[in-house]
Design a protein around this ligand. Structure first.
Ligand SMILES: Cc1cc2nc3c(=O)[nH]c(=O)nc-3n(C[C@H](O)[C@H](O)[C@H](O)COP(=O)(O)OP(=O)(O)OC[C@H]3O[C@@H](n4cnc5c(N)ncnc54)[C@H](O)[C@@H]3O)c2cc1C
Length: 300
C-alpha cells in the first residue's frame, strides 16, 4: 500500500460519513430490500448468482437481533417471491451471538428453516477470531437439524487447517476466504504469500474430501491456483463456485462466467453500511484517490 493510502486508512474515521458513503456506494446495493432485489436481478441477468447480506453486526439488544432475524427472513421471502437466484449470508453477531448463544441459535433456526422450506441456502459468515469457536458451534447445531447451511473459513488463521480437516470429514459446504479482520500474529498469518499458500492448502483438502467450495477471492494467484487445481483433481463444475464482492473486479467476474465457472456475488444492503464500507475501502488499492476525488467534488 502506498504512503497516501496508508495515511487515508489511518485518518478514515475523521473523513465525513457522506464522503465515505459516496466512495463506498459501489460496494453496497442500497439501503432497502427493493434496492438489493434489483441488484440481484441485474446480476442474475449477467449469469451471476448472488448471496444477500443485511448489513449489521455486533448489536447490543435482543430487539436489534430480532429485527435482524426478521430482515433476513424478509430477504428469503423476497427472493422466493421474485424467483431470483440468490441465497442468504448472515453474521451471527447480528443475531445475538455475543449476548446469548441459545437466543442466537433460535434466531438462526427460524432463518434456516425458512430457507429450507423455500429450497434455499444460508451461509454463516465468519467474523473476528473471538467468534470462531461459537460460530462453528452454532453452525454444527444448525447442520444437525438442516442440510441447507454452510460456513466460512479464513485462510489467515493458524487454526484453520485443523478446522478444515474436521469440516471436510463432515462434508461441509465451505466458503474459503483470506479473512478481513485485523488479527494479531498469535492467531493469524500476517504475510501475503503465507496466506496464499495456506489458502491453496486448505482448498486442496476440501476438494479432495469432495466438499462443495465457495472460492471467495479477487486475487489472481488464488483464482488461477484454484483453476489449476480444478483441472488437476478433475473437479466437476457443480462442486465449486467462485465468489466475489459487489463492486470489486467486475471485469474478472465477467471473465470467469464467460469461461463457464459458476460465480456468486456477495450483495450487502441496509442502513448499517458504515463498518462494511470502511473495511472495503481499506482493501481498495486506489482508495486514496477515490476519497480525495469525493472530498473535493472532482469527477462527481
Ligand atoms: C464473497 C466473499 C465473502 C467473504 N466473506 C468473508 C467472511 O465471512 N469473513 C471474512 O473475514 N472475510 C470475508 N471475505 C473477505 C475476504 O476475507 C478478503 O478480505 C477479501 O476478499 C480480500 O481478499 P482477496 O482474496 O480478494 O485478495 P486481495 O489481495 O485483497 O485482493 C486481490 C485484488 O483484488 C482487488 N481488490 C480487492 N479488494 C478490493 C476493493 N475493496 N476495491 C477494489 N479492488 C479490490 C485488488 O486489485 C487486489 O489487488 C469475503 C470475500 C468474498 C469475496
Amino acid at each position: 500500500m502506498n504512503l497516501l493510502n496508508t495515511l487515508v486508512v489511518k485518518t478514515l474515521r475523521y473523513i465525513p460519513k457522506s464522503v465515505i458513503g459516496a466512495v463506498a456506494s459501489r460496494y453496497i446495493a442500497g439501503e432497502t430490500l427493493p434496492d438489493a432485489m434489483n441488484k440481484v436481478r441485474q446480476l442474475n441477468g449477467e449469469n451471476a448468482l448472488a448471496t444477500v447480506d443485511v448489513l449489521g453486526e455486533d448489536i447490543f439488544t435482543q430487539d436489534q437481533a430480532t429485527e435482524s432475524k426478521y430482515n433476513s427472513v424478509e430477504v428469503l421471502n423476497a427472493i422466493a417471491k421474485l424467483s431470483l437466484n440468490s441465497n442468504l449470508s448472515v453474521k451471527l453477531t447480528s443475531l445475538g451471538l455475543k449476548m446469548e448463544k441459545q437466543f442466537c441459535i433460535g434466531n438462526m433456526d427460524e432463518i434456516v428453516s425458512t430457507a429450507k422450506r423455500q429450497n434455499n441456502f444460508v451461509r454463516i459468515d465468519m467474523e473476528d477470531h473471538t467468534c470462531t469457536d461459537d460460530t462453528l458451534e452454532v453452525y454444527r447445531v444448525m447442520r444437525s437439524r438442516y442440510s441447507n447451511v454452510g460456513i466460512v473459513i479464513q485462510a489467515y488463521l493458524h487454526r484453520s487447517e485443523g478446522d478444515i480437516r474436521a469440516l471436510a470429514a463432515e462434508r461441509t459446504n465451505v466458503r474459503l476466504c483470506k479473512g478481513i479482520y485485523n488479527e494479531p500474529p498469535q492467531v493469524a498469518i500476517k504475510d501475503r504469500v503465507g496466506i496464499q499458500q495456506n489458502y491453496l492448502t486448505l482448498l486442496r483438502i476440501l476438494f479432495e474430501a469432495g466438499c462443495y467450495v465457495g472460492i471467495a477471492t479477487h486475487d489472481d494467484v488464488l483464482i488461477d491456483g484454484a483453476k489449476k487445481m480444478i483441472v488437476e483433481l478433475n473437479i466437476s463444475k457443480d462442486k465449486y463456485e467462485y465468489q466475489m464482492l459487489l463492486g470489486v473486479r467486475d471485469e474478472k467476474r465477467k471473465q470467469l462466467i464467460a469461461e463457464g465457472h459458476r460465480l456468486r456475488v456477495y450483495v450487502p444492503f441496509g442502513r448499517d453500511w458504515y463498518g462494511y464500507s470502511v473495511r472495503r475501502l481499506k482493501e481498495n488499492p486506489q482508495m486514496a484517490g477515490h476519497v480525495f476525488k469525493a472530498m473535493f467534488g472532482i469527477g462527481q
